[in-house]
Design a protein around this ligand. Sequence first.
Ligand SMILES: Cc1ncc(COP(=O)(O)O)c(C=O)c1O
Length: 394
Amino acid sequence: MTIKQPASREHFLQKPGFSTRAIHAGQEPEPATGAVNVPIYASSTYVQEEIGKHKGYEYSRVSNPTRDRLEANLAALEGGISAKVFASGMAAINAVASMLNAGDHIVAGHNLYGGTPRLFNQVLANFGLTFTYVDTSDVAAVERSIQKNTRLVFLETPTNPLMELCDLRAISELSHCHGAEVVVDNTFMSPYFQRPIEFGANMVIHSTTKFLNGHSDGLGGVVVCTKPEQAEKLAFLQKAAGAILSPFECWLILRGVKTLAVRMLQHDSNGRKVANYLASHKKVQKVFYPGLPSHPQHELAKRQMSGFGSMIAFETGSLANANAMLRKVRVCSLAESLGGVETLISHPATMTHAALGEEGRRRIGITDGMVRLSVGIEDVDDILADLDQALAAI
Ligand SMILES: Cc1ncc(COP(=O)(O)O)c(C=O)c1O
């Protein structure tokens, strides 16, 4: 009688689910010692046996084993063929733009994280790239703004902080018809709730600083791509421009990503409760959250996202009202950033979107009374009680 061999680890990993990929993709036990966690390879250089003969690593700006493992993991989560990580989300966006040439045109959402138009207008425009900003929740407006030299359509969905959505499938289809590629900043949703490549996007970027890391303890950025030539160009940019992510930061993200699914589920559950609470509060004039049936694109949200997440903006009516409540919060921390386990509350007009200027903010509807929440995974009753006492100050 032959004893049936247990199925190999490879067998189980042929069609793994999201959490299995988050925990195992790129994170195979380390062969030399069996360590179940990817080691931090703190080495700038690697010994070579003879000229040109080495184990695949020469110098850590070019490649590093901890970084390779993180890149394999993030590519598996977004469904891309490859991923390249950079020193921050902005460095990742800069790398994508650096794939273009002077004279190329980018169509970009009019409501992006404030640092993105700052990079585009104040840095990259000096090198001959041109930009048109458009309301990307309006598919026809996106098509109208495409020119002969448009190479990229750059989207955020939901947008920061107005929570407008872009129809990923429709925009990908029309952009491809015009020969342009679609890049999506998926930072707000994480690959757990939204995978733009499945809707036709060509590249996805994240500020890994946010939900992917999840613990507000390290900056980073990633570009996930769908074609070998994109991966080659991005690897070249890592080597040539050098804005790479350190092995320690890579390790932090690898550790954070293992709990992405459970964290996102709790973020989403808390986010829905907080949004409902705010929507029924007398002093809150408007709530921006795609999970509310009152959100104008609630149906699209249900089609292209599998959860609504925990990013919420709301209108307090004035700068004085916003400040009165922000001074009072105790469980929520008044701080820039988002996506950590702790609830962060911020004021877009003076923080994330200060660089847009008053006129730029007015044009797209970011008011001085707007407050943004990144709802964390604390006990939701404590978050609600904190918001309740803070809103009483208005
Ligand atoms: C949506 C979005 N994209 C990109 C960035 C830039 O990322 P980083 O701060 O890691 O450079 C941010 C930062 O807040 C962001 O919110």
